[in-house]
Design a protein around this ligand. Structure first.
Ligand code: BGC
Length: 242
């Protein structure tokens, strides 16, 4: 299950192949996205698959032992709420919860662009915000929040997320300049061996990735929209959680 600001999506996942089994279910995120309303939708989707086993659930903020510690792009009533408990109360199976970008990163490391890559790999997801997942020799350092580094006095994701491009009607060229500046500041503090860029805009990677001037090689994600769901399932199966 992948909880996002606009939609909540779920599917059964084939963990051998890292692929969805059949069609995913998507229900718009209730507005306001209060914890009870969101957990109800998660349970509805799980019931839609008649699923009684373990479930992995992502959240677009910092989670520690299931509890939300930040809520940059979701309702602030999430702060201090235990997502794992909220979902577990409503479904038959047990629940593993983790940050959405950490889940997408886990999927890319296992099945996609990071497969077999050692050293330090940084996955960044460009969407409503900027999510990050940091790996060292394939092991996740959970809850990095590189979307919120300060870039020229502003929250990084405010200027360089994919939603900033849409909101301000920027061309890929204009937006790439902002991403480049964002990565410049990020690279002052971390020295990854590879950066994987994900989120919907990674489908159009040829329009902006070649314009970047990073010292670190940048490659597009391979799992695209399904990375969060696949990573959630893998995390549930392997007991990786935030
Ligand atoms: C949140 C991260 C999240 C990212 C992508 C950011 O605003 O702070 O936790 O991974 O958005 O949803």
């Amino acid at each position: 299950m992948d909880i996002g600001g606009s939609g909540i999506k779920g599917c059964v996942v084939d963990l051998e192949r890292g692929e969805l089994v059949g069609e995913r279910l998507r229900i718009p995120t209730p507005q306001p996205a209060h914890p009870d309303a969101v957990c109800d939708v998660v349970a509805e989707i799980v019931a839609g698959f008649d699923w009684t086993e373990r479930v992995g659930v992502t959240f677009p903020g910092v989670l520690k032992k299931g509890v939300a510690h930040t809520a940059a792009n979701v309702d602030h009533s999430w702060l201090g709420t235990n997502l794992a408990v909220g979902v577990e109360e409503r479904i038959p199976g047990t629940v593993t919860t983790l940050n959405d970008a950490d889940a997408a990163g886990i999927a890319e490391m296992h099945y996609g662009a990071g497969r077999g890559r050692e050293g330090v790999v940084l996955m960044l997801t460009f969407g409503t915000g900027i999510g990050s997942a940091l790996f060292t020799d394939g092991v996740l350092v959970p809850n990095t929040e590189f979307g919120h580094i300060q870039v020229d006095g502003e929250d990084g994701e405010k200027r360089a997320s994919a939603s900033a491009r849409e909101r301000e009607e920027l061309s890929y060229h204009e937006w790439a300049r902002r991403v480049d500046r964002y990565l410049d500041v990020l690279e002052a503090g971390v020295w990854p061996d590879l950066i994987i860029v994900g989120g919907g805009v990674s489908k159009k990677a040829d329009k902006w990735v070649p314009l970047l001037s990073t010292r670190t090689p940048v490659v597009p994600a391979q799992l695209l929209n399904d990375a969060g769901i696949v990573g959630a399932a893998l995390a549930a199966a392997e007991g990786i959680h935030n």
